[in-house]
Ligand binder design. Structure first.
Ligand code: HEM
Length: 150
């Protein structure tokens, strides 16, 4: 007769998202590959941990600053390029990352490099494993579209 099911056993789902937005990697026999470039550690201000961000983004506070999702060409994205009004595009979606800047584990300075423009490439180069859609869902302002022809 087969043994009874263990109530403590939980199926592991590949790519599950944690409150910090990090995907849980599938179980593997090999150790994860470390990026070769030395990564700077950044001290986040008190109250700015990944869990604090998860709480803020789920709090219902308006982090978008727009009423509805828009079609956003690069010329419009470009206008939102300051610390106080920071938009960036990742994988075709545009986010208002103003509120997130001080929560970024890699530091505000790194994030400011992609403000007002498409940050997809830089994001993939630094941490392709981070689930940006999940982390910034409540900051989405629209979709990146090509410039309308005049
Ligand atoms: C808004 C989009 C972004 C989100 C949601 C995000 C999120 C994160 C998260 C969760 C981590 C911790 C990852 C880990 O330790 O494994 C991290 C670290 C880091 N991020 Fe980002 N990031 C974003 C954009 C960027 C961009 C565009 C850059 C580069 C220009 C960047 C550079 C870094 C660096 C260098 C670290 C490493 C910090 C460390 O190891 O302590 N990030 N980011």
């Amino acid at each position: 007769m087969p043994p009874p099911p263990n109530p403590n056993f939980r199926n592991r789902t590949i790519g599950v998202s944690t409150p910090g937005g990090l995907a849980v990697p599938p179980t593997t026999t090999k150790p994860p590959v470390k990026p070769s470039k030395k990564r700077e550690k950044v001290a986040l201000a008190p109250g700015h941990s990944p869990l604090d961000w998860a709480a803020l983004k789920s709090s219902g506070k308006d982090l978008r600053g727009v009423d509805s999702l828009m079609r956003i060409p690069p010329s419009v994205l470009k206008v939102h390029n300051t610390r106080e009004d920071a938009w960036s595009a990742f994988n075709g979606k545009v986010y208002n990352i103003t509120a997130y800047l001080s929560f970024h584990p890699g530091g505000e300075k790194e994030l400011m490099r992609v403000v007002g423009r498409d940050g997809t490439k830089l994001f993939a180069l630094t941490h392709a494993w981070v689930n940006v859609d999940f982390m910034l869902d409540s900051c989405m302002v629209g979709f990146l579209v090509s410039e309308p022809s005049s």
